[in-house]
Design a protein around this ligand. Sequence first.
Ligand code: F0G
Length: 353
Amino acid sequence: THQWRGVIEEYRDLLDLPAGMPAVTLREGGTPLVHSEWLSGLTGGEVWLKVEGDNPTGSFKDRGMTAAISHARHLGAKAVVCASTGNTSASMAAYAAKAGLKPLVLIPEGKIAAGKLAQAVVHGAQVIMVRGNFDDCLSMAIGLSKGYAVELVNSVNPVRLQGQKTASFEIVDFLGDAPDVHLLPVGNAGNISAYWLGYQQYADLGRATRRPRMLGFQAEGAAPLVTGEPFPDPETKATAIRVGNPASWHLAEQAAKESDGGFAALSDAQILAAQLELARNDGVFVEPASAAGVAGLLAALASGQVFTGATVAITVTGHGLKDTATALESCGDIVDTVVDADVAAAAAAAGLA
Ligand code: F0G
């Protein structure tokens, strides 16, 4: 019987990594592409959700992290560092533990979801909270890696994108061709850049006949790719994409331009509403930022864009359990119904009687 081997072994000949580099893997990738009856019905197209919350640490970051940590160990590093809004740090901590490297995490004080912080701590990372935002943390991580014996694993490290582009491969392998449109959230802009790399590579190899339009979605309070200007003080409840000056700005713009795609901004209310609707219509619970692609599709439909007959892929980037506090805020007051241990009482409370 065959177990999925993780993205490096499954796609090694397509990844620009040192030949023979041993893989540090938690069997990331191979995530489900779930058909959305809800969104297919609304659009008149075929809408597929790439559910990246099903990765080992609950987000797409594991695809890039298997590559970055394998590479760091291959180079002989003893310690690794990242800046993070939460998911990168959770992933780095897990893979560093597996590799026997010391993980050092820089996060914006008070602005990361509880689940992500727990992951970093439980996997043994040293967590340094910074009085500043993600962009400040990233500058510091770069500075630390330049001045000290610690390897940087943020997506400014190109090895990360090599791992992350495998999500495009999986989508094409499953659908038989590339989708017409691909929607996803954008923060530091590594993921949209990686997807575009993957789609281009498959088209160049003749494994896909087309390349999708890449549509990236940001939160209104952190939308530099939409306005064309950095946000010195980014703010959004979708803390994962609370990034004001994305490192892969140029690559992401190139992906949008070359694919005839683009960027749009969404309010926190739109993002949180999409999160709840996705959970209630499709049974897929994602974290707030991860719903930005779904919110983007709903906004595009509302503005009159047409997807009839199109194959649409949406990456939902991280698991809902990462940030239950924000999710529950959308559910209004939770009134607990408490009854005696009695069938009739439960039936009455549930309105069955
Ligand atoms: N969705 C989630 C759940 C994320 O954690 C991130 C990024 C993104 C989308 C955006 O991806 O940065 O490649 O454009 N999180 C980073 C982190 C910033 O530190 O975990 P991107």
